[in-house]
Write a protein that binds this ligand. Structure first.
Ligand SMILES: [Fe+2]
Length: 235
C-alpha cells in the first residue's frame, strides 16, 4: 500500500477508541516546534542553544519511552492474539537507532565552537528533519493500518485497559510531562474527555496538583478558561 492510498482512505473512528490520537498529536506538535527552533537558532548564542538542546533531549527521552510503551503493551497484546507486527516493530528499531544518532549530534554541538558548532547545528537540524519524516510516516501507518487491526482484535474496554496500564506504570513526573505534551495539541472535545476523566477518577488533591503543574501551564489562558468552563471546574 502506498502513502497516497492510506492518505485517500483514512479509516473513520466511528465512535471507536482512538488509542494513538492524543499522544501522536502531542509528538507531532512538539517535534514540529523543535524542528522550527533548530532551524531558526543562532548556535553562537550559548543560552538559547543550551535550552534547545535540553528540550531536544527531553523529547528524545519521551519519544523513546513512547516507543517502548507501544512495544510492551500494544504490540505484545496483539502478539498474544496471534497478530504479527513485523513492519511497525522494524520501524521502532529504526527509531531507536535514530535516537542514538540524534544524541550524538547533540553532543557534537556541545563539544564544538564557532564555525564548527554552526555546522554541527546544521547537522542536528537536518538529522531531526529526517527523523521526523520517518516518524510521521510511521505514526500515519499506525493510525491508518494498525488502528483498524486493533479495533478488530480488541474491544474499546480492552484498548482503554491497555492505555491505562501504560499510564499507571508511569512515574508521576513523567505522567505530567506527557500531559503537558499532549494537551495543547488536542482539540477541545479531546481535552474535555481526558481532563474530565481525570477529574472523575483521581482523588481531588492529586487532580488539583495535575491542574496546577501540568494542565494550566500547558494551555493559553483562554484555552484553560474554556476547558475549565467545559468540565465545570471551580475558579
Ligand atoms: Fe509507534
Amino acid at each position: 500500500m502506498t502513502h497516497a492510498d492510506t492518505m485517500a482512505h483514512i479509516p473513520a473512528l466511528n465512535g471507536r477508541y482512538d488509542i494513538y490520537g492524543n499522544i501522536h498529536k502531542g509528538l507531532r506538535r512538539t517535534q514540529c516546534l523543535l524542528l522550527a527552533r533548530l532551524g531558526a537558532n543562532d548556535f553562537g548564542n550559548a543560552e538559547t542553544t543550551e535550552k534547545l538542546l535540553a528540550d531536544m533531549r527531553r523529547l528524545l527521552s519521551m519519544a523513546s519511552a513512547h516507543v517502548k510503551h507501544e512495544d510492551t503493551e500494544i504490540h505484545a497484546a496483539l502478539h498474544r492474539r496471534g497478530v504479527e507486527t513485523g513492519l511497525v516493530d522494524e520501524q521502532h528499531d529504526d527509531h531507536r537507532a535514530a535516537f542514538q544518532v540524534l544524541e550524538d549530534k547533540i553532543v557534537a554541538v556541545e563539544t564544538t565552537s564557532g564555525a564548527a558548532r554552526a555546522e554541527a547545528g546544521r547537522g542536528l537540524y537536518l538529522a531531526m528533519a529526517a527523523y521526523i519524516a520517518d516518524d510521521f510516516a510511521h505514526m500515519h501507518e499506525e493510525e491508518t493500518v494498525l488502528c483498524p487491526i486493533l479495533w478488530q482484535t480488541f474491544s474499546d474496554d480492552e484498548l482503554l485497559g491497555i492505555e491505562m496500564r501504560i499510564i499507571s506504570a508511569l512515574p508521576p513526573e513523567e505522567n505530567m510531562a506527557f500531559t503537558r505534551m499532549m494537551l495543547p495539541a488536542m482539540n477541545p472535545a479531546q481535552r474535555r474527555m481526558m481532563v474530565g476523566g481525570m477529574q472523575q477518577s483521581l482523588p481531588p488533591e492529586i487532580f488539583n496538583a495535575i491542574v496546577e503543574f501540568a494542565i494550566r501551564p500547558a494551555l493559553t489562558d483562554a484555552d484553560f478558561q474554556a476547558l475549565r468552563a467545559d468540565i465545570g471546574l471551580a475558579a
